[in-house]
Design a protein around this ligand. Structure first.
Ligand code: FE
Ligand code: FE
Ligand code: ZN
Length: 293
C-alpha cells in the first residue's frame, strides 16, 4: 500500500517533507511548493533536495509516488480576463519546472471555476490551457482532480473530466486524481465505489487514475460543499474509506490524506495507523494530542 498525507514544504523544503512523512509512518506524501492559496514561491535549494533524496533512499520512499499539488487559486477554466488565464498557464509551467528539479512525477491541478461562462466553454478552456502548458518534453504528469461541485467548479463528474480529456493533444501527459470527499459531495455514493470505477473504466480508463485523496466528508451525499472530515468522523464512514484504500483495482495508486488537523496538530500518524490496522480509532482527538503535547 502506498499511503501518505499532505505535508508542509517548509524551510527544509523537500527534506522537511520527507521528515514529516516518515514521522507519520507514511511511505509517500503530497506537498505544495509554497502556500496553497497564493503564488509566492521560493527558489528550490538543490542541496536540500539532494539530502532529501538520500533520506528517501534510506527509508524506502520512492520519488515516483510523490505528488505535488498546484495552488488552488490558478483558474484554467475562465478566459474572460485573458491576463489571469495567461498567468495561470505560465504559473503552472513554472511550477512544473520547479518540481522537475526535485524529480517529482505528478502534479495535481483543480480544473477551475467557470464563473459566468457556459460550462462547456469553460471545459474547453481547461483543455486549451493544458495544451499550452504541456509539450513533448514535459516530464511530470498533470492530474486533473475531480471536484465537489461547489459554486461554478468544473470537473465535477466523469463526463466533465472526459470532456476536458478528449480535447487534450498529448494524452499521455494527463491523468486524474480522485478525492473521496469531493466524490461524495458531488453525488457519488462511496459505499458503491466499484460502480463508479466501472463507469470511469468505460468512459476514460482506470489506468488514468494516478492518485486518490482520502478524506471523509462533513456533508451529506450530493451537497456540493467540499469540507473534509477525519477518517470515520464524517458521512462517508471508516469502512467505506477502507474499501477505497484497499480496492485491488487501485492497488499501486498513491493514497493521500487531506483530513483536517486537530487544533494545531496533524492527525496523520494516528489515521495512518487506523488504515494499516483497518481499525477505527474513536479516540482520535485525544491520541493526537497525546502524541504532540
Ligand atoms: Fe485538491
Ligand atoms: Fe483533494
Ligand atoms: Zn477538497
Amino acid at each position: 500500500m502506498i499511503i501518505g498525507s499532505h505535508v508542509n514544504f517548509n524551510k527544509e523544503q523537500l527534506l522537511g517533507c520527507v521528515k514529516q512523512a516518515l514521522s507519520f509512518g507514511a511511505n509517500t506524501f503530497m506537498f505544495y511548493t509554497g502556500a496553497p492559496q497564493n503564488t509566492v514561491r521560493k527558489e528550490i535549494d538543490l542541496d536540500l533536495t539532494k539530502q532529501a533524496f538520500n533520506y528517501m533512499k534510506e527509508n524506502n520512499i520512492d520519488i515516483n509516488n510523490v505528488i505535488c499539488h498546484a495552488p488552488y487559486i490558478i483558474n484554467l477554466a475562465n478566459k474572460e480576463k485573458e491576463d489571469s488565464w495567461n498567468f495561470s498557464i505560465s504559473f503552472l509551467k513554472n511550477e512544473i519546472n520547479r518540481i522537475n528539479m526535485m524529480q517529482v512525477k505528478y502534479i495535481v491541478v483543480h480544473p477551475g471555476n467557470s464563473l459566468k461562462l457556459d460550462k462547456m466553454d469553460a471545459l474547453h478552456n481547461i483543455s486549451d490551457a493544458l495544451n499550452l502548458v504541456i509539450d513533448e518534453n514535459t516530464i511530470p504528469m498533470i492530474l486533473i482532480e475531480t471536484m465537489a461541485g461547489k459554486g461554478s467548479e468544473c470537473g465535477i463528474n466523469i463526463y466533465e473530466l472526459k470532456e476536458i480529456y478528449n480535447n487534450i493533444i498529448l494524452k499521455d501527459k494527463v491523468g486524474f486524481c480522485l478525492d473521496t470527499c469531493h466524490l461524495n459531495d458531488s453525488g457519488v455514493d462511496i459505499s458503491d465505489f466499484d460502480s463508479y470505477l466501472d463507469e470511469f473504466e468505460e468512459q476514460i480508463g482506470i489506468e488514468k487514475i494516478k492518485c486518490v485523496h482520502i478524506n471523509d466528508s462533513k456533508n451529506d451525499l450530493g451537497m456540493k460543499k467540499d469540507r473534509h472530515a477525519n477518517l470515520g468522523y464524517g458521512t462517508i464512514g471508516f469502512n467505506n474509506l477502507i474499501n477505497v484504500i484497499y480496492n485491488p483495482r487501485l492497488k499501486n495508486v498513491p493514497k493521500i490524506l487531506e483530513t483536517p488537523w486537530i487544533g494545531e496538530y496533524p492527525p496523520y500518524k494516528i489515521e495512518i495507523d487506523m488504515i494499516k490496522s483497518k481499525k477505527f480509532n474513536s479516540n482520535l482527538e485525544n491520541d493526537v494530542k497525546k502524541l504532540y503535547e
